[in-house]
Design a protein around this ligand. Sequence first.
Ligand code: GLU
Length: 420
Amino acid sequence: MSGDNLLDVALVRLDDAARHLQIDPDVLEKLKYPRETTKVRLMIRMDDGSRKSFLAWRCRYDDTRGPTKGGIRFHPESDADEVETLAFWMTFKCAVMNLPYGGGKGAVRIDPRQLSKTELERLSRAYMQAFARIIGPDRDIPAPDVYTNSMIMGWMADEYGQIVGENSPAVITGKPIALGGSLGRDDATARGGYYLVRDLAQDLGLGLQMRVVVQGFGNAGQFIAKLLAADGHKIIAVSDSSGAVQSPAGLDVARLIAAKAEGKSVTSLIGGDVSALDPDALIGVDCDLLVPAALENMIHEKNAEQVKAKAVLELANGPVTPEGDAILAKKNIVVLPDILANAGGVTVSYFEWVQNRQGYYWPLEDVHRRLHEIMVREGRAIWQIAQEKKVSCRTAAYIHALGRRASAIESHGTQTFFNS
Ligand code: GLU
């Protein structure tokens, strides 16, 4: 992002929204900085007996509305700025969905694909050992993010239980079902986005048979492709970190998912109707719905002009830069923003936490019904704000969330709030 600080760029969205509301400048000032960010160096033993160390962070950005909540990512390019920005987005995401949480995030700077399973387990346990004092079911609740999964959450939950000396499943979400995970958490990020698009399809001018392009084929990318293909939409191009493929007739999603399960790239399907595509050209493929489901800053001032979709569903966090947003708006392309579009993940995490605390587990239909209800309710409210105030859905989502935060602050009492 041309040397810009990611958090400063993210804060542009806050200022855009604040212009439409009467917000106390002190409140805004508090939102510009994370409450606390802890950095540690994790030392783990590798399988060959050597020791290696990795940088790790946990940021608790804001806890005005409840314990901080957000995933942990394992990525070779993670840094403090990225973690704080992701935690800032979580703060707003939880407020958008009206979940009783603030925002947090964590990361380890590592390429987990270079680790064996036992090394990965040692790393996950070391993370929990380092941050156990910050984390807790009423304090800070982690979850999966990029390159982390339910297995890793299970190891972390187990480690936390050993540290505090009791079973404490509500400390972390996205766990395996056997350790108190919720049904429906696995595809929740994609499913939330899918419900949103389905509900707003008419308003967005999307037809019954959409051509869909998916950038990134991890958890969110695979499940959105599966859900949309099952409704008869065509997935015409996808990419992963090794390359991109396209098929105007529609890709075979089940084969793509099977290839990923075997550790292969989507490019392993090239042949017949499936041709290779320059990954940089992916976002310019003519389609109805473009789904960025990879990392930050994928659509920006240099490539947004190429986008030909009618709408963009942000399943990744922060995939469009503010400059990218301005270009897409000029082209009348509606962006369903990350803090709404991918909030299905944290919403079912909330359901998991509730179930853990009740010790009572819901059937899958209940999870789907409740997720659908919240997605449609908050999506409609944001769509309404966007129409009334003639702003983008992103600005509308921030307005919606800021309103909720402001009333939480008021209820706390300003003295406590500003002294904390
Ligand atoms: N990592 C996901 C996100 O960015 C989920 C967070 C959670 O479930 O707490 O929204």
